[in-house]
Write a protein that binds this ligand. Sequence first.
Ligand SMILES: [Zn+2]
Length: 119
Amino acid sequence: MKESGGWRKLSKLALEQRRKGLVQLLPPAAEILRGTLRERAVTGGKPGCRCVQGQRHGPVWYLTVTLGRGRTSGGIVAADQVERVRGWSDNYYRRQEHPEKISAINRELLWRERRRKKK
Ligand SMILES: [Zn+2]
């Protein structure tokens, strides 16, 4: 369901409740992480290691972050960190997505308020 188009059908009270819900579900600001988590095979860099000959290690969990202008940063994530990283990554997107939805609700409430005053 595309939510942005559906605001208009909701009552003011329903919109305010939706907004409250979005605020309550906003994850803590400290628990966010931007990046893409993937399994991948890696090379270690030890001279003479089998990975130098193409037999890479892994697969291990690897976090890649784009930093803009084609620059990326990344590193290996330990197995016991994967769940936390996934949660923080979800949080990161929710902290972007929810303000977008709250903004859409507030726009709709503004337009309604103005239309009411014009009458
Ligand atoms: Zn190696």
